[in-house]
Design a protein around this ligand. Structure first.
Ligand code: PFF
Length: 451
């Protein structure tokens, strides 16, 4: 039985791409604009930016640190923070809950990403004049959802079976730059279209009465952790694959910056696109100004926009955009599936290949249950995992890192980063910040749910 995870990223850029690949995903391009559009535009943007700095960055650093120190799956990495047997058990349970949370996240994530695949294929059937196939691909149905969820899970398994360097790192390095270029190009283009300026205004004018609205706050917190993949063990596992030489504060900053910029560019593309689509006669808003079908925003707004292009360009745009969305989903799902996989590989004699298949099959079964009980389960699982479990797990990590982990050990782990000057204000403040401020902030926001 292995006692340590033995994969390792081969290079710094490989790690950054993989961690940014985990962070950048459906959450940025579907979740962030949807949340911003339904939570007062600028108000949400402002709260999100504040929370990324106050909680996202410090907690991402914490999770990577715990992972790199543990060099093992999330449950055992958490247990390594404690020395007392009861504390060890509690820590291990938190790690274990993160493994379950990751597995559950992967279910709805695969359903969503499956939609992107079907929307990437639909322009082809449309161009080939196959209306029945096109409507099956673009209209909501259990059969379509099931087929593409399973295809997506199969793709994830194909990549992840190849291991850390050949699978995760190689694919993230290829796919991430493409996605970023596409988003910059897309938002640049949209902003030249009639109606786009109204969208910009909606995005950047904060409705200050909504800044401290409970829904906005909880939504922004969930989005912060979800977007940075914090509180699922994914970053702990990626931390375990990272060499001791790297300066975590810098790497974390790169990942946070990439993730936030992508979310920002996605919003800069999608929110103005809503107004451009509206300008072109597509109904996006209800009479009272609220959004129609917020959850399927990206799937109605963008195709409607692509349709306004003539000739082949609208097919090409749609294929490229939805393929890239699939890619963004893929690099994130890889990191999620790696969480339960790392646990099985370490805890049993099952090979990596088989463990991946086992996890994939479990996720496929759970996702199928959701597909057939969509109304009841889809939203529920999203809320339970992203707005409840992820903040609670992050709270557990902050408490264990700050209060249970032996301070001398934490300092020695910080100091062990080769070639990094750890005698700086940053490294002196961060442990105190995670100990006192992070738990209080997370608790204050979570408490809003109950009052
Ligand atoms: N951060 C990803 C996104 O924004 O789409 C989602 C995600 C990936 C959540 C990995 C959790 C996770 F462990």
């Amino acid at each position: 039985m292995a006692t340590q995870l033995n994969g390792q990223f081969s290079s710094r850029i490989g790690f950054i791409m993989a961690a940014a690949g985990s962070a950048v995903g459906v959450g940025n391009i579907w979740g962030f604009p949807t949340q911003a559009a339904s939570h007062g535009g600028g108000a949400f943007l402002l709260m999100y930016a504040v929370l990324i700095v106050l909680l996202g960055y410090p907690m991402l650093l914490a999770e990577l640190m715990v992972g790199r120190h543990g060099k093992t799956n999330p449950a055992d990495a958490m247990a390594k923070l404690a020395s007392h047997s009861i504390a060890k058990k509690v820590a291990k349970s938190i790690g274990f809950i993160s493994i379950i949370t990751a597995t559950l996240i992967c279910t709805f994530y695969s359903i969503l990403s499956g939609w992107f695949i079907s929307f990437a294929i639909s322009p082809i059937t449309e161009a080939a004049n196959l209306p029945t196939a096109t409507s099956w691909l673009t209209e909501f149905s259990a059969s379509r959802n099931l087929v593409f969820t399973l295809i997506f899970i199969a793709l994830v398994i194909l990549v992840i079976r190849q291991g850390v360097q050949q699978g995760i790192e190689r694919w993230s390095k290829r796919l991430m730059p493409m996605l970023i270029l596409m988003l910059i190009g897309g938002s640049g283009y949209i902003l030249t279209q009639p109606g786009a300026m109204q969208g910009l205004k909606a995005l950047f004018t904060p409705d200050f009465s909504m800044v401290f609205d409970t829904d906005v706050l909880i939504g922004a917190l969930g989005q912060t952790f979800f977007s940075l993949s914090v509180g699922t063990g994914a970053m702990m596992v990626y931390g375990a694959y990272l060499s001791q030489k790297e300066d975590l504060s810098k790497l974390t900053a790169y990942v946070t910056l990439t993730d936030t910029s992508v979310a920002f560019f996605a919003a800069l593309m999608i929110i103005p696109a809503m107004y451009v689509a509206q300008h072109n006669g597509v109904q996006i808003f209800a009479e009272d100004g609220s959004l129609l079908n917020a959850d399927t925003l990206v799937f109605t707004v963008l195709p409607a926009l692509f349709d306004t292009f003539s000739g082949a360009s609208h097919y090409i745009l749609a294929i490229v955009f939805f393929s890239l969305m699939t890619i963004a989903g893929l690099t994130s799902a890889i990191s999620i599936v790696e969480v339960p996989t790392s646990y099985i590989v370490e805890k049993t004699t099952i090979s990596r290949e088989r463990a991946t298949l086992l996890v994939g099959a479990t996720i496929a079964i759970l996702a199928s249950v959701i597909v057939f009980n969509f109304e009841a389960l889809f939203g529920l699982i999203i809320t339970l995992t992203t707005e409840r479990a992820q903040p609670l797990i992050a709270l557990g990590i902050a408490i264990f890192l700050g209060w249970v982990w032996n301070r001398n050990q934490l300092i020695s782990v910080i100091a062990a980063q080769e070639g990094v000057n750890t005698n700086t204000v940053f490294w002196r403040i961060w442990p105190v910040y995670v100990k006192f401020i992070c738990p209080v902030l997370i608790m204050l926001i979570i408490m809003q749910l109950f009052f």
